[in-house]
Design a protein around this ligand. Structure first.
Ligand code: 9Z3
Length: 313
């Protein structure tokens, strides 16, 4: 496996990296001065390009539901939120009205002079509260959006965000819900141009992506409350893999989930404990989202963690 430092030495940052770094710096400095609690929410899947001039890529599964919903709940708990997401995956607030849903909520009235567009009366009740929360989050500058596409973009942004978050010490939460590729093609092993079918079926050899949780938890943000997610498709591996991860990286919490049941069941695994959070069929029917109790639990644990850090001082 490539060492994490070699990864940064051999892969250039994305074109918009410096702009994003400035945004992250400004956002963090402002919220640190205000002594706010802050969370980095990562969301969506990363891509692995197969060509430098990318026509094809391997993708990681994730719609961005977990991350975008969680970002909204962290705002409800007065956290400043860095929402680091896959370009075009779900975003907080707009996620409620995807595809044609939004257009179906609108009415257009034409007369000879002008057109007026209005929200249909029966949609106001659903639209207004979401819009109001969005406006407050934007006006109070409690949320910053930065996006990535490839696993390389993700790695550069993640480290830059951590560099800014380090100053918050225990007040920072890292909530790593993005589905990050475990395998990739290093840049020096990738063809420049689109692979040609005329050259026959390609043999694609993937390498292991370095585990960034290692430097993240031990070097970049050693005082932060770090939460990672573990995705499995085999229930039997879920807890074992989550525990392995905690033992290896010594962070605070792994939230484990199985692909097929992730929307109504997760398992919290801490160094001392493991327990399940789940939504009943009825709760799901009523529109409750599992991210609400997940975030409430993380916020509670983070609060306890801050208190015990203060007591040690
Ligand atoms: C998760 O497990 C997330 O909960 C999901 C959310 C990706 C399942 P959706 O976006 O799905 O709501 O559709 N994220 C972490 C996935 C991951 O890549 N974990 C790695 C691993 O399991 C590294 S910690 O090895």
């Amino acid at each position: 496996m490539t060492h994490w430092e070699d990864f940064y030495n051999t892969h250039l940052p994305p074109a918009d990296f410096e702009d994003n770094r400035s945004l992250l710096k400004e956002f963090c400095e402002r919220h640190n001065k205000l002594q706010n609690r802050i969370v980095l929410v990562t969301s969506g899947g990363t891509t692995v390009p197969l060509e430098h001039n990318t026509v094809r890529f391997v993708d990681n599964f994730s719609a961005g539901t977990r991350g975008s919903a969680s970002a909204e709940y962290f705002l409800d708990h007065d956290y400043a939120v860095i929402f680091m997401y896959r370009h075009k995956s779900l975003e907080p607030f707009t996620r409620h009205f995807t595809g044609q849903q939004f257009f179906d909520m609108l009415d257009i009235a034409d007369n000879s002079q002008s057109s007026t567009i209005a929200i249909k009366p029966d949609s106001v009740d659903v639209f207004a509260p979401v819009l109001a929360k969005y406006k407050i989050a934007r006006e109070t500058q409690m949320i910053l959006y930065v996006n990535f596409t490839s696993v390389v973009d993700y790695m550069w942004l993640l480290r830059a965000a951590c560099e800014c978050l380090a100053a918050f010490e225990e007040r920072a939460v890292l909530y790593l819900a993005a589905a990050v590729s475990d395998f990739y093609i290093p840049e020096d092993m990738m063809p420049t141009h689109k692979m040609q079918s005329g050259d026959g079926a390609p043999t694609i050899s993937l390498q292991l992506v370095p585990k960034m949780l290692a430097p993240l938890a031990s070097l970049w943000v050693p005082h932060a409350y770090v939460v990672s997610f573990k995705l499995e498709t085999d229930e039997n591996l879920l807890i074992v893999k989550a525990r392995d991860s905690l033992n290896k990286y010594k962070h605070k919490l792994v939230i484990a989930n199985v692909l097929q049941t992730r929307k109504h069941r997760v398992v919290f695994v801490t160094p001392t404990d493991s327990y399940e959070l789940h939504l009943s069929r009825e709760q799901a029917h009523q529109g409750l989202e599992i991210e609400e109790p997940i975030v409430a639990d993380v916020v509670q644990k983070h609060g306890d963690f801050i208190v015990s850090a203060q007591q040690r001082q």
